[in-house]
Design a protein around this ligand. Structure first.
Ligand code: HPA
Ligand code: ZN
Length: 341
């Protein structure tokens, strides 16, 4: 099963680029930019990654981002992630970035997006990895700051496919950003939102009805509302689920308790993603492996996560056809070799 997972074509739809900052690169950037960090070594940084909930993670995560200053830093960050994509056979990725984490420290919006964009272009030409950017608003900040961020994004409309909503969920409901999302949709962006990770199922309902999202990020607390689950099944509303993240942030006690495989079998358009891989103990392959270790699945069930992600992605229909063909050819090759055995 491990070999099957490693070689499977994967599509990532829930990845915070700032959450892919490995401790080694954090140290390198801290040195380059002369930023003080409260750790003596990369191992010490890793040892500090023990979280009891979303907020304890966010505190460390925003601190880590302080080492990102120059356009080259954002390039290096994104390029390192793309090299991991190649290793994990991730063929397409839709990447979140949090401009406010940087603009609030005096870093220019253009510095952030130009560094990321340059890495993504190189990823397309040198690695064959297709990609797009999703700009997230930090929901613990106010509506005015989100509006100002949207304004700064408008000249880069062609580089950003959608807007999203992340950071501290509880107490920051979708309604707080309804008007910003209306303006973003009006400007031609698609929308997604984190909902039902630490917040209640009603936030998932509100993200769909008020923010007009095309996907829900996380969404695992939908099971608290059976009518909502039925709605998600009927409408094929995708959920971008992050198994290792959910264990690290204690959304579930352990992987055996995770509801992702159950949701897949009930016909939801669920996908597997890594969220903040440098903080949560693994990239895409690690997430699939951890899930498969705790839940027996067939090859075609595992491949269904990739097919769901292709269906849920914002890429062109031409690219979707290529990706589906890659998954289906692999599955049929595998079933032939299984029959021969
Ligand atoms: N939830 C909310 N905000 C985030 C996350 C998450 O899992 N990761 C990075 N920002
Ligand atoms: Zn997330």
């Amino acid at each position: 099963m491990d070999a099957f997972i490693r070689a499977l074509s994967k599509i990532e739809l829930h990845l915070h680029i700032e959450g892919s900052l490995e401790p080694e690169l954090m140290f390198e950037l801290a040195r380059r930019n002369r930023v003080a960090i409260p750790f003596a070594s990369a191992d010490e940084v890793r040892a500090a990654y023990e979280f009891s909930n979303l907020q304890t993670f966010l505190d460390i995560y925003y601190q880590g981002a302080n080492v990102l200053i120059e356009e080259q830093d954002f390039f290096d960050l994104c390029w390192a992630y793309l090299l991991r994509c190649r290793q994990d056979n991730v063929l397409h990725t839709e990447i979140f970035f949090d401009p406010q984490t940087h603009t609030d420290r005096g870093i220019k919006f253009d510095t952030v997006i130009n560094g990321l964009q340059r890495a993504l272009e190189r990823g397309r030409s040198e690695l064959g990895i297709s990609s797009s950017l999703i700009m997230c608003f930090l929901r613990h900040l106010d509506e005015e700051s989100a509006f100002s961020t949207l304004q700064q994004a408008l000249p880069h409309r062609d580089k950003i496919v959608a807007v999203g909503l992340d950071s501290a969920e509880a107490g920051n409901p979708p309604k707080k950003f309804q008007r910003v999302f209306e303006a973003a949709l009006e400007a031609g962006f698609l929308s997604v939102a984190h909902a039902g990770e630490e917040g209640p199922a009603s936030y998932i309902r509100d993200a769909i009805s008020l923010l007009k999202v095309s996907r829900i990020d996380h969404g695992v607390r939908c099971v608290e509302d059976p009518d909502l689950v039925q709605q998600l099944i009927d409408t094929r509303m995708p959920l971008t689920v992050c198994p290792l993240s959910n264990i690290k942030l204690r959304v579930f006690d352990d992987m055996g308790q995770h509801n992702l495989v159950d949701l897949l079998r009930r016909g939801l358009c669920v996908t597997v993603n890594s969220d903040d891989p440098a903080y949560f103990g693994g990239y895409m392959t690690d997430n699939f492996l951890a899930l498969a270790e705790a839940h027996a699945m067939t090859h075609s069930e595992i491949a269904q996560f990739s097919l769901n992600a292709i269906e849920a992605s914002f890429t062109s229909s031409e690219r979707k056809h290529q990706l589906v063909a890659s998954v289906e050819e692999y599955l049929s090759q595998q079933s032939k070799s299984t029959c021969r055995r």
